[in-house]
Every structure is written in structure tokens, then in C-alpha cells.
Design a protein around this ligand. Structure first.
Ligand code: ADP
Ligand code: ADP
Length: 228
């Protein structure tokens, strides 16, 4: 599913302009990375896609349709969401963290757990870790579980907000490779937020460079962006 921002501005109630006149088109089946320093409006941009944040003006379209025409719970069923530190349920096992999503959409318990185990395998988590609780995993492993949970909804769109920022550089590279491998198979529309330009260039089909004040400074392929 393609995504389009049409002259989108977000001003928070305290007057902060987080995003200022953002216009860009994200093609179906691509990875687009929003990159820029802390506070430049990356997270706000991402959250306007799944209506966690409403624009002050302008429009966000998903598959050609204004997201405001969809109820947030319905919209979010079609949009996976991964955050830094994974945001896992601490009192559920790793397997149940992932199985919760298919369970909620009406799958039986057995089928949901089988599906969860399959997804954990997809993201490279060793099967013996599935019975643990999130706190018993390393940071990198927790992020893998977070990705598996986001994939469990089978949604065509995946929003990833600094998903790998809390893990050390070597592990991060492994996770990046895995994401690229996964994407070559799944072909989802992925919108990825990072403050790390190297990560942006590595992962992005397109890179959107933002600057403080919420303006889009550059938008293009990694090669385009590096040239400037
Ligand atoms: P980034 O993801 O690039 O770090 P954010 O989108 O989180 O940027 O924030 C952009 C700007 O909006 C920052 O100045 C931030 O302090 C401000 N901001 C974010 N959320 C809120 C909020 N709920 N209320 C007021 N200001 C906010
Ligand atoms: P991180 O070291 O941050 O977890 P990875 O998730 O890539 O990075 O894990 C590296 C490897 O180490 C994985 O293959 C994982 O199976 C293994 N590993 C790490 N901790 C454990 C553990 N407590 N039990 C079993 N295997 C582990």
C-alpha cells in the first residue's frame, strides 16, 4: 500500500510545530526512512500514518484514502508498529507476546501459537527462548520479538520507530540484515525512523531527511541524499 503526505503540518497544543508542510509519496512495497536529529518530527510523522497523532492541517493518505476515513482500531489492524525497546508485555511469555495478535483477530489458541512460533523463527529467535519472559532476553532478542509481533498482524504496512537504536552496533547490523532479507521476501511498505544516517542509507529505498522545525530537507534515494 502506498502512503502520501499532502502538505501535512502538526502543531501541538503548546504551539510546537513538529512537522511543517510535509509532502511526499511513499511507494508500495518499499522501505522509506525518515532521518534527522532528535526533535525534528520523525516520530510525529510516523504516528500520523496510524492516527496516533492527528495532523493540524493537510492530509495523510493510505492506499489513496484519507486515513481520517478509517476508525483508528480498524486502521491499525492493517499497520504493524515496532518501537524502541520493543514495548513487549512484560507478564506474557515471548510466544504469547506474538500469539496475542492472531488471537485477537479470532484465531484459535493452538493455531495462534503455531503461527507465533513460525514468526519467531522467521526473525531468527532461537525456539528455546519462546517460553521466557521479555526481561529474560537481551535487548537484541527483544527487538526481534517486537518485529515478530508486528509481523503477526499480516499487515501490508509496517511502521518502525528507532527499532534498533537501543542495541549495540554489531547486533544492530545483524538486525538490519535480517530486516532486508525479510523485506525481500515480504515486500511490505515499511516506514522506518532513525537518527542514524548510516542506518538510513543502508535500509532505505528512499530517505527523507528532516531538520529541526519539522521541514523536509531532502527526499530521494540513498545515493541522491549522500551526494548533497
Ligand atoms: P523526533 O521523532 O524527530 O525526535 P518528534 O516527532 O518526537 O521528533 O517531536 C518533534 C517536536 O515536537 C519536538 O520538538 C518535540 O518536543 C515536540 N513534541 C512531540 N510530541 C509532543 C507533544 N505530545 N506535545 C508537545 N510537543 C511535542
Ligand atoms: P543479542 O546478543 O543482543 O541478543 P542477538 O539477538 O543477535 O543479539 O543474539 C545473538 C545470539 O546469541 C543469538 O543467536 C542467540 O541465540 C544467542 N543468545 C544470546 N543470549 C542467549 C541466551 N540467554 N540463551 C540462548 N541463546 C542466547
Amino acid at each position: 500500500m502506498g502512503i502520501e503526505f499532502r502538505d501535512v503540518t502538526k502543531r501541538y497544543p503548546d504551539g510546537t510545530v513538529a512537522v511543517d508542510g510535509l509532502s511526499l509519496t511513499i511507494d508500495d512495497g518499499t522501505i522509506t526512512v525518515f532521518v534527522g536529529p532528535s526533535g525534528c518530527g520523525k516520530t510525529t510523522s510516523l504516528r500520523m500514518i496510524n492516527r496516533m497523532v492527528e495532523p493540524t492541517s493537510g492530509q495523510v493518505l493510505l492506499d489513496g484514502k484519507d486515513v481520517r476515513e478509517s476508525d483508528p482500531p480498524v486502521l491499525r489492524r492493517g499497520i504493524g508498529y515496532v518501537i524502541q525497546n520493543a514495548g513487549l508485555f512484560p507478564h506474557r511469555t515471548v510466544l504469547d507476546n506474538v500469539a496475542t495478535v492472531p488471537l485477537l483477530t479470532g484465531w484459535g489458541k493452538r493455531k495462534a501459537r503455531d503461527r507465533a512460533a513460525e514468526l519467531l523463527d522467521t526473525v531468527g529467535l532461537p525456539a528455546e527462548l519462546a517460553k521466557r519472559y521479555p526481561a529474560q532476553l537481551s535487548g537484541g532478542q527483544q527487538q526481534r520479538v517486537g518485529v515478530a509481533r508486528a509481523l503477526a498482524g499480516d499487515s501490508p504496512v509496517l511502521l518502525m520507530d528507532e527499532p534498533f537504536s537501543a542495541v549495540d552496533p554489531i547486533v544492530r547490523e545483524g538486525l538490519q540484515d535480517e530486516l532486508l532479507r525479510l523485506q525481500s521476501r515480504l515486500g511490505k511498505t515499511i516506514v522506518f525512523v532513525t537518527h542514524d544516517i548510516d542506518e538510513a542509507v543502508r535500509l532505505g529505498d528512499k530517505v527523507a531527511v528532516m531538520r529541526v522545525g519539522g521541514k523536509l530537507a531532502q527526499y530521494g534515494t540513498p545515493a541522491d541524499v549522500l551526494r548533497h
